[in-house]
Ligand binder design. Structure first.
Ligand code: HEM
Length: 232
């Protein structure tokens, strides 16, 4: 546990520099992918036309989307490889895996929110909402990569698979894009910005630090392990 030299409050290191860099990478890639992808899907809107012209025309927009897609794919694959390597080498516990406790935590929290219990669920490094968000974005991300690759290399793909795969990939890519956009814009932004617990911004993924008081409230099991000096 380290103190943050910038803050008066007792702070705890939650995210490494690698995680902060990775988060910035995913934010930038998804912003570019949403702007270049959704402006193609909703090409008839004035705003899309304006955006496409600002980016130098439709050919540029399509190439920017593909390059950003390449970086996005690299980021997601690296995330999984680093996570698995860390678990295999015993550097960290598989804390993102969904367990039975997540379901009972969700029920416990519901009871707490409705005043049927006097304390919320005691969570470990990641609570059930963080896990749900992570897995939806990861699974959705891999679906986007797979369908994006089919749209990028249609001739190659149809040498092996039937032609129907192309319109199916387009429908999946296009609709999953909207779903990911909604999950990001509604769920993630509400949790990270508008939640009363963190408003006006949860800065932990930008600074790497979280207050001890928030750890005690949101991740008491991890805090107890840190205090005991046992690896989480
Ligand atoms: C969060 C990630 C992504 C979002 C939100 C997104 C969004 C979109 C949207 C909305 C479209 C337009 C579909 C339509 O016209 O109905 C599109 C097209 C396309 N996307 Fe993505 N996409 C993402 C990731 C990727 C990735 C990872 C790749 C490449 C591996 C990719 C490659 C393509 C290709 C090739 C097209 C067809 C347009 C073209 O020929 O340039 N996308 N995307």
């Amino acid at each position: 546990m380290k103190g943050n030299p910038a803050g008066g409050e007792r702070m705890i290191r939650r995210f490494s520099r690698l995680r902060i860099f990775e988060h910035w990478g995913i934010v930038l890639c998804t912003l570019i992918l949403f702007a270049t992808g959704l402006s193609q899907r909703f090409w008839h809107l004035d705003f899309s036309q304006w955006l496409i012209l600002k980016m130098g025309g439709i050919d540029n927009v399509r190439w920017i989307h593909r390059y950003a897609g390449g970086f996005f794919s690299l980021g997601l694959i690296l995330n999984v490889v680093v996570a698995v390597a860390g678990v295999v080498r015993g550097k960290w516990a598989p804390s993102m895996f969904i367990t039975k406790k997540d379901f009972s935590d969700a029920v416990e929290n519901m009871k707490y929110y409705f005043g049927l219990d006097d304390q919320p669920a005691k969570c470990d490094r990641y609570d059930y909402m963080e896990k749900f968000e992570y897995w939806t974005i990861l699974m959705g991300g891999f679906l986007m990569i797979l369908t994006g690759a089919v749209l990028w290399f249609p001739i190659l793909v149809t040498k092996i698979l039937p032609g129907e795969i192309i319109p199916a990939a387009k429908a999946l890519h296009s609709n999953e894009a909207l779903l990911i956009f909604l999950i990001n814009a509604l769920w993630h932004i509400i949790n990270a910005v508008f939640s009363p617990e963190v408003f006006p911004l949860d800065t932990s993924i930008f600074t790497g630090y979280i207050s001890r008081e928030r750890m005690a409230r949101e991740h008491p099991i991890e805090l107890a392990k840190l205090d005991e000096g046992t690896p989480e």
